[in-house]
Design a protein around this ligand. Sequence first.
Ligand SMILES: NC(=O)C1=CN([C@@H]2O[C@H](COP(=O)(O)OP(=O)(O)OC[C@H]3O[C@@H](n4cnc5c(N)ncnc54)[C@H](OP(=O)(O)O)[C@@H]3O)[C@@H](O)[C@H]2O)C=CC1
Ligand SMILES: O=C(O)C1=N[C@H](C(=O)O)C[C@H](O)C1
Length: 247
Amino acid sequence: MFKVGVFGADGRMGSEVVRAVQAADGMELVAGVDSADDRSTVLGADCVVDFTHPDAVMDNLEWLIGHGIHAVVGTSGFDEARLERVRAMQAAAPGAKVLIAPNFGIAAVLMMHFARKAAPYFESTEIIELHHPNKADAPSGTAYRTAELVAEARREAGAAPMPDATTSEIPGARGADVDGVRVHALRITGLIAHQEVVFGTDGETLKIRHDSMNRTSFMPGVLLGVRGVAGLADPLTVGLDALLDLD
Ligand SMILES: NC(=O)C1=CN([C@@H]2O[C@H](COP(=O)(O)OP(=O)(O)OC[C@H]3O[C@@H](n4cnc5c(N)ncnc54)[C@H](OP(=O)(O)O)[C@@H]3O)[C@@H](O)[C@H]2O)C=CC1
Ligand SMILES: O=C(O)C1=N[C@H](C(=O)O)C[C@H](O)C1
């Protein structure tokens, strides 16, 4: 029986995770914790799922790692500096594994995987992410990760810088620069989570689009993470790809 805790349990994602864990075979919910609650109620859990806030997640991780509890993290806002801090926490208190997934949607993981594969074949790549207006961070963690993967693939292929003649710009008009890849963030009432990766080369374009139509769609990925986190090879893993057979 997997004993699971949930941080952010009253939130849009956390409340779905509570329901998914309660309904899952071989899982038991130890406690759901939100911002006003005592997090020590999760003590005894094998693993805690965190869907809180970019401002809260680092402190939660330090606490979980310090207590030897594996963490499955959906909260966004992880750049290399934050990942380095997590590695330092794990070096100081070895034992707990951490899985950080910018997106638990299986189709979203495939979208990122395909984007990385496509990147070397195109001169230009830009990313448009579209989310509900209650989202705290921009660009999304998914867009940030996709940009990193595209940039990595372009570097490995020795790609030239992307063409862009812009010399006059209202700040923001060309989006955010993430590792040399432009990312444009839209916040639109009625949407949940969507992303388009737009590739172009002479005479051809390719668009890879992913849409999350509800939040239950993330749950198979979250449960896969809960079941798999303890068995991961490295103390810190970024991306659900590690638990899927993609290459
Ligand atoms: N990886 C993925 O697949 C996905 C990731 N996300 C990410 O997950 C995060 C949460 O998103 P969402 O559920 O929409 O946000 P919500 O604001 O709906 O939920 C977050 C919840 O966490 C609570 N919270 C804040 N700080 C703490 C804390 N220290 N301990 C426990 N609970 C806390 C909040 O309480 P209060 O309101 O009182 O602050 C709130 O109830 C975001 O970073 C989002 O980008 C979202 C969807 C999918
Ligand atoms: O805040 C959200 O809603 C989402 N956040 C994640 C992100 O920042 O990429 C995942 C998904 O896009 C939904």
